[in-house]
Design a protein around this ligand. Structure first.
Ligand code: ACO
Length: 330
């Protein structure tokens, strides 16, 4: 019997994404909220967040449905079939069911069976967490072809009577295929959580005794999240660069969590990165939580901005409070 050598690196070989077709512009949100007696405006939303539109899944469409589209696109880009996949991780806070995992459901929808599949819950940092875990599993010899997905239907947990949150979020999915490789690859990752800040961003309800207990809708203290996010993202960016022996000057692209253009630009400025190195897709899909980073990455790859060999930093931040960064050579 020949043993396969443990790979030294894990490398992204394909990306994919998917937005549900129902697109709501800011003006559509203005009309929708006006029917509830709530005032907002395109100008407020664009100036405070950079968001111009979001996509909402139709009733009955779940995170695994969106994940399936994104996964197929990523597999196609990598030149892989679903049968090649030996690990599936889905980052989501809006799973199809309490259990089993959305990853197990995705595996079944892909028509493959047997490989490990699990969900990872780190809210908007979920994809960055999932990629770091998949990297460790590939480099540890536990997988050779991992499918790492971020998929969300946040529209299901929005309170459409709360204008401070409901205009910010959307639905979508993004995916990458991460494979064992002799060349880098993921260079370093940096993950953090601080449970003291649970209450500034949460969906606190739960299911018990056959009923939803507590509040099942998203609650956010936006200014508190904003302040915390700007500080922790800068720290994670510097730490991951130091781990990899690189500097911010080596970065070709920054792909941060797509929540608010002001947070994203502030992170880029702190790293002294020109804003044309910032990948921003928040205008078109709003905050899609765990899906936002792989969605933005895929858009940048498919548009030809991110090229093979480029050095890219991915950053996530969100409820928990969680945050992290992954540095990679694409
Ligand atoms: N339309 C019009 N006016 C509004 C709206 C709206 N949709 N929402 C709030 N306002 C009003 C407020 O009522 C307030 O009015 P007042 O001054 O008369 O009281 C005013 O606008 C300012 O409100 P602030 O909350 O102070 O606005 P701010 O500039 O902080 O922007 C925002 C709010 C966009 C939410 C910002 O704080 C933010 O982006 N926070 C971070 C969100 C984020 O990054 N989340 C990432 C993680 S998400 C996750 O993990 C799920």
């Amino acid at each position: 019997m020949t043993l396969e050598p443990t790979p030294r690196h894990a490398r992204i070989t394909g990306t994919g994404s998917w937005l549900p077709p129902r697109r709501l512009s800011n003006d559509d949100m203005v009309t929708m909220l006006a029917a509830r007696g709530i005032e907002t405006s395109d100008q407020w939303i664009v100036e405070r967040t950079g968001i111009r539109a979001r996509h909402f899944a139709d009733d009955g469409v779940t995170s695994s449905d969106l994940a399936l589209h994104a996964a197929r696109h990523a597999l196609e880009a990598a030149g892989r079939a679903a049968a090649d996949v030996d690990l599936i991780i889905v980052a989501t806070s809006t799973p199809d069911m309490v259990f089993p995992s959305t990853a197990s459901i995705l595996q079944h929808k892909l028509g493959v069976h047997g490989c490990p599949a699990f969900d990872l819950q780190a809210v908007c940092s979920g994809f960055v967490y999932a990629l770091a875990v998949a990297d460790a599993m590939v480099r540890g010899g536990n997988a050779r072809c991992a499918l790492v997905v971020g998929a969300e239907v946040f529209s299901r947990i929005l309170d459409f009577s709360d204008r401070t949150t409901c205009v910010l979020f959307g639905d979508g999915a993004g995916a990458v295929v991460l494979e064992a490789s002799d060349t880098p690859g993921i260079l370093a990752s940096e993950l953090h959580a601080d449970g003291r800040h649970i209450e500034i961003l949460c969906t606190p309800g739960t299911v018990a005794g056959g009923q939803v207990l507590g509040d099942p809708l998203l609650r956010m203290d936006g200014p508190a999240v904003f302040k915390l996010a700007v500080g922790v993202l800068d720290g994670a960016a510097r730490a991951v660069l130091a781990k990899a022996g690189r500097s911010a000057a080596d970065l070709d692209w920054l792909v941060p969590h797509q929540a608010n253009i002001r947070i994203m630009q502030s992170t880029a400025r702190k790293l002294k990165l020109p804003l044309d190195k910032l990948i921003a897709t928040v205008d078109e899909h709003g905050n899609t939580s765990a899906a936002s980073v792989p969605l933005a990455l895929d858009v940048a790859v498919r548009s030809g901005r991110i090229q093979r060999g480029d050095t890219v930093m991915l950053e996530g931040v969100g409820g928990g409070f969680t945050w992290g960064a992954v540095l990679l050579d694409y």
